[in-house]
Design a protein around this ligand. Sequence first.
Ligand code: GRG
Length: 297
Amino acid sequence: MANDALIAALKATNVAVERVLDPILAVPEGYEAQVVQAMRYSVLGGGKRLRPLLVLASGELFDVERSHALRAAAAIECVHCYSLIHDDLPAMDDDDMRRGQPTTHKAFDEATAILAGDALLTLAFEILSHPSTHPDPNVRLELITALTKASGHHGMVGGQMIDLTAHDHDLDENAIYRMQQMKTGDLIAFSVEAGAILGHASKDARQSLHGYARDLGLAFQIADDLLDVEGDVEDVGKATGKDQNAGKATLVSLMGLERARQQAQMLSDQAIEHLQAFDTRADLLRGIVHFAVNRTH
Ligand code: GRG
């Protein structure tokens, strides 16, 4: 799939996901309005929408109804944006810019940013538990269970804890892989899995997609680390060189630029191999791998 087509697909996904989230995040009349403004600022404020596109692309393999896939995609963006808001806070990465605009705590204040993150996380589960996401309650429960695992201490939060305390431990390559898998990979893997859950996919199909998502997530993370070293601030939309300056343990710092690039390439080839059993309907998933590894932002 050509890069232009993929960028067009990401843009269309952005419009569709915002159409789901806009009415859900209607600003109320009461004094709680400020937290909703901050939630809107974060979740409707851009981003590549890679995870939503993964849900749609995997859902297409199993003829999932688009409106169902879009609601799962919207829930994932809520979790993703909550993690970005909290990651940018002074107590964590202390960043001023995200997606080319002031971070949520800079645009509002720290307390509002914390609450907006909390409310987005909670909203994700409200969206998944609603019958419009899928008429079968077992499917909804499976989505909720898988998202709790991907986002909580078994996944993203656990990975973030390892990252925040990495300077106290001498992390080897395997430990860094595990941290990245939990911090970034598990939510990416859930995005692919969500399409399979909604589409009642077979065990074999799910296993192949799991392998695809695991390798994609790691390749995506190495690309992110490479952007931190080599990326342009304007393109990336946030400060670069932060990992290096903070002496953070990343695969790039451990392997060096050249080996990290080779590793990202090897992982992306492997990700595509996992899709062998699928026909041309998996071309979007194949295209996403190229985009995730060769992106400039
Ligand atoms: C605070 C619980 C908690 C977790 C934070 C995901 C995360 C953990 C931190 C984000 C910091 C970071 C730069 C991680 C590397 C990979 C990553 C998730 C990048 C941002 O995702 P993109 O590139 O962002 O998909 P957009 O803006 O395009 O949505």
